[in-house]
Design a protein around this ligand. Structure first.
Ligand SMILES: [Zn+2]
Length: 459
C-alpha cells in the first residue's frame, strides 16, 4: 500500500469513526411519558420518599431523584395550535410529529393532515419500535405515536391502525378493541402480521422473539394500588423489561414509548394516595431503565409528561376552634396555634391506601342513600384508605364527592382542578446525548431533538 493510499484509508476510517460518533451515539431511545405528571407530582413523590420515613424507601431516595441528579432537565410548554390547555391526544400528537395540532386529534396536524410520527420515522431508519402503556393501547397517548384519526374516541379505528402499522411491541390493556364488534377478527389479522398475542404475564414470559401484542385487560389495566388483586397482569416495569428484551434483538436499535398513564387518572380524581402509588410504579420503572441504560451505554432515557393534571399539593389550613397547639415542654406556643401545616404522617397513609377514591366513589354512588350510614361509610373509608377515618368530622355524609373533598381538606391536601392545567412540565434526559433536551422549549421541538441525537438528517 502506498503511503498516500494508507493516509487516505486512515482518513476514511477516521471519518467513518466520527460519522459513527454523530450518527450512532444513541442507538436506542426509551421515552417514558408520565401522563398528567406535572412538576408538582414529581416533587410530591420525591418529598415523600425523602422525608416521610416510608418503609418502602429505607434509603430515602427515589429513582426519580437519582435520575434527575444524574440527568439533564428541561421545561417545556404543551399548548396546542390555538388552545392554552391540551389533552393527551394533542400532546402525544405534537410530541410524536413535531407539528402543532388540536385537542382530541390523533396523529394529525392542526389542518387535519396526517403527520409522520417518531415511530414511523424510526422504522424507516431501520429501528424496531414499540409502544406500551399501563392504561389501554388504543388510548390517546399510545395512539398519538401509532395512528392518525380525527378524534381520540375512534378507538376501534385506532386499534385497526395499530395492527396495520404493526410496531414490534404493543402492550397494555384494551383487549375489547381487538375482539368485539367491527374488530371481532382483529386478533386474527394481528397474527397474520406476525404478532404473537399475550393475554397475561405467563403468555408474555413465553414469548422470546418476534412481535408481541400484549392485551392484559379487557379495558384499562387497573390502578396501581389495586393491582395486587390481579396477579396475572404484568406491571409496567415487567412489560418494559419484555419490550426491551425483544426490541434489543434488532441490530439497528430501537425506539420504545412507555406511557405511565394513570398518574393522570389519579390527578383527575384528586386522589393523592392513588397519585403516590402511580408515581411509585413509575419510579420502579425508572430504576430498571436506568440500569439498562448504564449497562447498554448507547441508550437515551427521556422522561417527560404530556401535561399537568389537577395541580395538587399540600397546603396549610386554619383549624378554627380546634386549635392545633404546638407547644414546647414549657408551654410556649411555637407557631400558629390554629394552623395545621400538614404532616409527614399523611405520606405513610398514602403508602397504605388500598383502593382508589374514584372506584370507591363509583361503588358508593351506586348504593341507596339509606345504606350510607355513618358506621358504613366509616368502615368503607377506613378499609380503602388504610387508616382509621373519623367520619364524625365530616358534614353532609350523603354527598359522596363532597365527603372525599372534606377528606382531602382534613389532611391539608388541595387540588386546583379535576382536569388538566396549562402548567409547563419537566423533562429529564439521561444517558447518551442527554444534554440535547435542556432549556425551555415546546413539545413540538422534541421530535427534531430526538432526530438529531439519533443522527437522522446527518447523512
Ligand atoms: Zn387527562
Amino acid at each position: 500500500m502506498s503511503r498516500l493510499r494508507g493516509l487516505a484509508l486512515s482518513l476514511f476510517v477516521c471519518l467513518l469513526f466520527t460519522g459513527a460518533l454523530f450518527a450512532g451515539d444513541v442507538r436506542n431511545v426509551i421515552w417514558i411519558i408520565g401522563d398528567g405528571m406535572g412538576p408538582e407530582a414529581m416533587g410530591f413523590f420525591m418529598q415523600g420518599v425523602r422525608y416521610a420515613g416510608l418503609e418502602e424507601y429505607p434509603e430515602k431516595v427515589s429513582n426519580l431523584e437519582i435520575l434527575m441528579n444524574n440527568g439533564e432537565w428541561g421545561l417545556f410548554f404543551n399548548n396546542t395550535y390555538d388552545t392554552l390547555v391540551t389533552d393527551s391526544a394533542a400532546s402525544a400528537t405534537q410530541m410524536a410529529t413535531g407539528k402543532m395540532s388540536r385537542p382530541e386529534f390523533i396523529g394529525l396536524d392542526y389542518n387535519s393532515q396526517p403527520a409522520e410520527t417518531l415511530l414511523e420515522l424510526a422504522r424507516k431508519e431501520g429501528k424496531a419500535v414499540g409502544v406500551i402503556t399501563d392504561t389501554y393501547v388504543a388510548d390517546a397517548t399510545p395512539a398519538g405515536f401509532t395512528a392518525h384519526a380525527q378524534n381520540r374516541n375512534q378507538k376501534m379505528e385506532i386499534a385497526r391502525q395499530i395492527v396495520d402499522f404493526a410496531p414490534e411491541v404493543v402492550m397494555g390493556g384494551g383487549l375489547k378493541y381487538f375482539t368485539t364488534g367491527e374488530n371481532k377478527k382483529l386478533l386474527r389479522q394481528a397474527k397474520k402480521k406476525g404478532y404473537r398475542v399475550a393475554l397475561d404475564k405467563k403468555d408474555m414470559a413465553a414469548i422470546k422473539s418476534g412481535k408481541i401484542l400484549g392485551l392484559f385487560a379487557k379495558e384499562s389495566i387497573p390502578m396501581s394500588l389495586e393491582l395486587d388483586q390481579y396477579p396475572k397482569i404484568p406491571t409496567l416495569t415487567e412489560q418494559t423489561q419484555k419490550a426491551v428484551e425483544l426490541l434489543s434483538k434488532n441490530e439497528n436499535g430501537f425506539v420504545l414509548i412507555v406511557e405511565a398513564g394513570k398518574i393522570d387518572w389519579a390527578g383527575h380524581a384528586n386522589d393523592a394516595g392513588a397519585w403516590f402509588h402511580e408515581m411509585k410504579a413509575l419510579d420502579d420503572l425508572l430504576g430498571y431503565v436506568k440500569g439498562y441504560a448504564d449497562k447498554n451505554g448507547q441508550t437515551l432515557v427521556y422522561l417527560n409528561a404530556d401535561h399537568d393534571t389537577g395541580l395538587g399539593a399540600f397546603t396549610y389550613r386554619h383549624l378554627g376552634k380546634e386549635k392545633a397547639m404546638k407547644k414546647t415542654a414549657q408551654g410556649e406556643v411555637l407557631y400558629g396555634g390554629d394552623v395545621d401545616y400538614a404532616s409527614f404522617e399523611t405520606f405513610r397513609q398514602f403508602a397504605k391506601q388500598k383502593k382508589s377514591l374514584y372506584n370507591l366513589e363509583l361503588e358508593l354512588k351506586k348504593m341507596p342513600a339509606a345504606q350510607l350510614t355513618p358506621e358504613y361509610l366509616q368502615k368503607r373509608l377506613t378499609e380503602a384508605m388504610g387508616f382509621e377515618v373519623d367520619i364524625a368530622q365530616f358534614e353532609n355524609l350523603t354527598d359522596v364527592s363532597g365527603l372525599f373533598k372534606q377528606l382531602n381538606e382534613s389532611r391539608g391536601l388541595v387540588w386546583a382542578t379535576p382536569s388538566h392545567s396549562s402548567l409547563p412540565v419537566l423533562s429529564v434526559a439521561y444517558g447518551q446525548q442527554a444534554n440535547a433536551f435542556t432549556g425551555v422549549y415546546h413539545n413540538t421541538d422534541i421530535l427534531s431533538r430526538m432526530g438529531a441525537v439519533l443522527g437522522w438528517g446527518a447523512e
